[in-house]
Design a protein around this ligand. Structure first.
Ligand SMILES: NC(=O)N[C@H]1NC(=O)NC1=O
Length: 176
């Protein structure tokens, strides 16, 4: 996709293509469309990050709460978004042993009880062992630190999703 195509998209098309660059938060993409014309794809990401940073703590927590647990209920029931499914698969989370799944479920539950939002990490940049280690370590943090860490991971996930769209085109090829 080139810049001309990007800047010529109406908001429906823009949402079809970029609507899930922040997991289950199409409202962010819809807001960022108003910032056209973009001079680069980095600028789209930058506008998304600025929007997130402009939110109060409750808004940032809300974004984290839109993320599914890693190897959680939605993975088992097949209801993950296409992007999340692929990210979790690449991290090896679709092939956990029963013991590994049980341990991850326990850690996810402890994390949510402590912070009130799920543990978020860019799964594609990690693997199941590193995720388990990181989750164990991050459980010790203060809530304000975890909010910052979680949002930093959301931005990494966003960056990887945009890169994917640029490489492969729209996640919904029939709509572009
Ligand atoms: N909980 C969590 O980190 N979820 C996410 N991470 C990722 O890479 N994709 C997700 O859906």
């Amino acid at each position: 996709m080139d810049l001309e195509t990007l800047n010529s998209m109406n908001y429906e098309k823009f949402l079809d293509v970029f609507g899930n660059i922040i997991e289950k938060c199409p409202v962010i993409t819809a807001a960022v469309w108003s910032r056209r014309p973009f001079s680069s794809f980095c600028e789209v990401e930058g506008e998304v990050y600025d929007f997130i940073e402009s939110l109060p703590v409750s808004g940032k927590e809300g974004i984290l709460r839109c993320h599914p647990d890693l190897a959680g209920r939605e993975l088992s029931s097949g209801t993950l978004t296409m992007e999340s499914q692929e990210e979790q698969r690449q991290a090896g989370l679709t092939s956990l042993s029963p013991e590994q799944r049980e341990r991850l479920t326990l850690l996810n539950t402890q994390y949510k009880q402590k912070f009130g939002f799920p543990f978020v990490i860019a799964a594609k940049m990690s693997d199941k062992d590193k995720i388990m280690e990181e989750l164990t370590a991050r459980l010790q943090n203060d809530p304000s630190v975890e909010l910052l860490k979680g949002i930093a991971e959301v931005k990494k996930i966003c960056h990887l999703r945009v890169q994917d769209i640029l490489r492969k085109g729209s996640p919904f090829p029939t709509k572009l």
